[in-house]
Design a protein. Sequence first.
Length: 149
Amino acid sequence: MTNEFEDAARVETVRIKGLSGERVGGNFFEQIGGSATFKKLTDKFYEGVATDDVLRPMYPEDDLAPAAERLRMFLEQYWGGPTTYQETRGHPRLRMRHSPFKINPLARERWLLHMRAAVDSLSLPPIHQAELWGYLDRAATAMLNSFED
């Protein structure tokens, strides 16, 4: 699915909470299909990573399945799903966990290339796609820790 939402690149989600603290508009995790959607996203993403000459060396494990599971659990928790990531791994501390790896603009670009294919494979409604993509793009930028080749 192509990005049908013409202003998707400019969307910055406003997270409004009701009087009792619940997110108005429902739970994003549930709205986009729950665990099955995040499993599909991470499986598709790691298909690309598996053959990427920039990203693959950053994964010390021969099998990418554990990395896919960690990403899936993190994203599910972030978007309002199960808190399994926190329960099994503690606070995400994303920058700290990624600091051993050189994440330069090329690595960011490759990460986003594979993540774009994964997000597109979900065929989400444009507004949900824009919200998910906006977060992923910002997260990829936040992980930059080097500007060397």
